[in-house]
Ligand binder design. Structure first.
Ligand code: SF4
Length: 314
């Protein structure tokens, strides 16, 4: 078997973004400052490996604040952001909280709020039930923001003619799919107000462009990331849409499809913004155990964005 050689095109940038690095750092620094346990509302980022490693040093993950038994302990809000009701609830419980919402998600929150104050009715392009969508919708009073998931939703969407309309988006959407939804929105509502600066974040955009750049050269494409990680799932779709129909998500329960690899000369690898690089390394090592491997990194842009952790943790 080892006679077979596979070339790996390693997509770059891939993996951790600045928002994820910051959220993980916030949990670690909180444990150092306050001691264990520190509670975290929702998976801090959507990755089992990250969550398990933080559990091991004293983080306890809950979905809602009322599950927290000892309310004298601090709680951290995840990188995806939270509805306004969550810090209000924490204040009601007199709990200390640390907000690990990515600054680029907070930017969308502020944007939605400002548009609402300026009298706009808001449309959020995003995926139903994703925590970021719940958080963004929860910045505004019910009925003032509607979710649109696809072009079909645009077709059926109705709004009083006398209302001003604006849109914002989830940060981790497919750049291309979102363009089409925005096009449909603009056709239906020519006066719709756009965000001042694109809401899909730099990390999502860069990871998708990098995958797009190499997908058509690959016989198979693999994205390391969790099933509930929006940007990882989008990367699989981007690889498929960009010329590699055999694209798969490799998550914590995945089995490596060695038999399919037998028929591959070139494979592509990327990872979602919440997936640590160790998962890519382990995956490559598994492939190396069966095949001769040649690796070429294909980098389209260098990232140097860093977000500071809240001052009270320093
Ligand atoms: S994917 Fe983008 S918005 Fe989400 S945490 Fe990373 S940088 Fe922030």
């Amino acid at each position: 078997m080892k006679n077979k050689e596979i070339k790996i095109l390693l997509s770059a940038p891939r993996g951790f973004c600045a928002g994820v690095e910051r959220a993980i750092e916030i949990v670690k620094k909180s444990i150092t400052k306050y001691g264990a346990p520190v509670y975290v509302r929702h998976e801090i980022v959507h990755n089992k490996h990250v969550v398990d490693s933080l559990k091991a040093i004293g983080a306890i993950f809950v979905e809602e604040l009322d599950e927290i038994k000892d309310k004298s302990r601090p709680v951290i809000f995840s990188a995806h952001g939270v509805p306004k009701s969550v810090p209000q609830q924490a204040n009601g419980y007199k709990m200390e909280y640390i907000d690990a919402t990515c600054p680029l998600v907070s930017k969308v929150h502020r944007e939605a709020e400002n548009l609402y104050k300026a009298g706009y009715h808001i449309v959020l392009i995003g995926h139903i039930n994703h925590p970021e969508v719940i958080g963004t919708m929860g910045q505004l009073p019910e009925g003032s923001i509607d979710l649109i998931q696809d072009e079909h939703d645009v077709e059926t969407y109705e709004l009083d003619d006398n209302k001003k309309i604006a849109y914002v988006t989830q940060t981790t959407l497919s750049v291309d799919d979102t363009k089409n939804i925005i096009k449909a929105l603009k056709k239906k509502f020519p006066k719709i107000k756009e965000p001042f600066k694109e809401d899909i974040c730099y990390a999502t955009t860069n990871r998708q462009s990098a995958v797009k750049n190499i997908a058509k050269k690959c016989d198979m494409f693999f994205v390391l990331g969790s099933r509930n990680s929006s940007n990882s799932v989008r990367l699989v779709e981007v690889a498929e849409q960009s010329g590699c129909p055999h694209s798969e998500l490799i998550h914590s329960d995945s089995e490596i499809p060695f038999e399919k690899l037998e028929n591959c000369k070139v494979i592509g690898i990327s990872s979602g913004a919440s997936a640590p690089e160790i998962l890519v390394e382990n995956f490559i090592n598994e492939i190396k155990s069966k095949f001769k491997v040649k690796i070429e990194t294909v980098e389209i842009i260098k990232e140097n964005i860093v977000f500071k952790v809240p001052g009270k943790l320093n």
